[in-house]
Each structure stands twice: as structure tokens, then as C-alpha cells.
Design a protein around this ligand. Sequence first.
Ligand SMILES: Nc1ncnc2c1ncn2[C@@H]1O[C@H](COP(=O)(O)OP(=O)(O)OP(=O)(O)O)[C@@H](O)[C@H]1O
Ligand SMILES: [Mg+2]
Length: 240
Amino acid sequence: MDDDTNTREASAIAIADLTFAWPGAGGVCLDVPDFKVSRGERVFMHGPSGSGKSTLLSLVAGVLEPGAGRIVVLGQDLAALSARARDRYRAANIGFVFQMFNLVPYLTALDNILLPCRFSCERVSRLEVPAPAEARRLAERLDLEAGLLDRPASELSVGQQQRVAAARALIGRPGLVIADEPTSALDADRQQRFLDLLLAECDAAGTTLLFVSHDHRLSRRFERLVELRDINHVGRRAPG
Ligand SMILES: Nc1ncnc2c1ncn2[C@@H]1O[C@H](COP(=O)(O)OP(=O)(O)OP(=O)(O)O)[C@@H](O)[C@H]1O
Ligand SMILES: [Mg+2]
């Protein structure tokens, strides 16, 4: 096994020579020569609004495809997968708390939490209890009252939706959890409890956590802080 392969296997995320430009947006948004996150590591990423944090997370999740470069997630080169295989890989291995939650509005909170289990047998196979019981356990730990679980997601408050999105990301112990401003709609007390749960669940499952937030009060709970501009070299390379 060569050094490069060793490094990739030790990494939950290994990015090399990545560039990405939004079509029609007038220029490169991301230029990341090298960024790695170790397995089990908890990383807090921050940076100004519009700097490309959510874009980077979507690339790591395989929702977007890079213009150039390589993204290896939990040992899998995303470019080696077809779009369908990438969707399956994501469902099995990556829990994503989107900035806008992306819940299915007409499904109940419980069915939203269970969605990854519908799309991935791997998620189900990692459960020690039936999926609905695990969904209820996560919901309870996130302070979502049992009565809320039977309501459509569209009838929940923004903070409740955010917690449903977190439970959906965590169910079935994915190897990587990506969270994009997951506490923005929560009050200070709930933010801390939310983080307690997220970190405890990630610890218990050996899950790697890439957490984006503007709230620096939360950063002290993380092993590593990354400012996006320290890894994103947009505008820095010499011409030619
Ligand atoms: N769907 C899209 N189409 C075109 N351009 C986009 C799209 N989404 C984001 N962008 C552009 O890409 C850049 C980075 O946006 P992104 O959402 O990744 O920033 P961010 O760091 O997550 O910001 P915030 O902290 O406000 O969430 C911005 O200039 C934005 O306008
Ligand atoms: Mg964002």
C-alpha cells in the first residue's frame, strides 16, 4: 500500500486539488489544494457568509460534483461512483443536517427521521433496536415531545424541524455527519443540549463530524477549528 493510500484510509475526508465554480456565477468559488479530516475527528468550520462553506459540504456529500480534483470520503473516491451509486453511498454513510433542513413537508416528523432507513439497508443493519424505537430515542434526546412525531414536518416550528433534521442525520450511525449551521434556530440552552447529544452520539458510534457554524461559543467543544479561507485558495494562486 503506498503512502497516499494509507493517508486516504486514515482520513474520513481527503480532498486534493479541488476546484468548483457555480455555473454563471462569474468565477471559481472553491480552490482547495489539500484538506483532510481524520476518522472520528470533530471539526468546527467557520467563515464569512457567502465564502463557500455550504458549497464545500455539498461537494463532500457528493450532492455537487467538482470541476476538478478528488474527494475521498471514508475511503471511497466519489468520482468513481455513478450518480445513483453516489446517492446510495451517501444514504448509507453520510448524515447531513442541511442549512435549510430539507425535510419532506408532508411526511410526519417520525417518517422524516426514518427516511435514511428507507433508502439504506446499511443504516438499518447498524441499529440495535427497531428503527422506529431508535427514531423515538433520538427525538427524545433532542427534546422533541412524542406528540410532535406524528405531525407533518410542515407544522413544526423551525427549531423543531432543525432537531428532526439532526435525528434524521444520526439514525443508523453513519460514518460521517455533516452539519450546516444546525443550531441557528435554537435557543442558547437547546443549542448546548443539541451539541451534547450530537457529540455523544458521534463519540458512541466513532462518527466523524464536520460542523459549520457562525457561533464561536460552540467551537470550544471541538478538537479542530478550520477557517474556510485557510484551506480555500481562491484568488491566491499566482497567474499562469
Ligand atoms: N445554487 C447556487 N447557484 C449559484 N451560486 C450559488 C448557489 N449557491 C451558492 N452560490 C454562491 O456560492 C457562493 C458560496 O455560497 P455558500 O452558500 O456556499 O456560502 P456559505 O459560506 O455557506 O454562506 P452562509 O454562511 O451565508 O451560509 C456565494 O457567492 C453564493 O452566491
Ligand atoms: Mg451556508
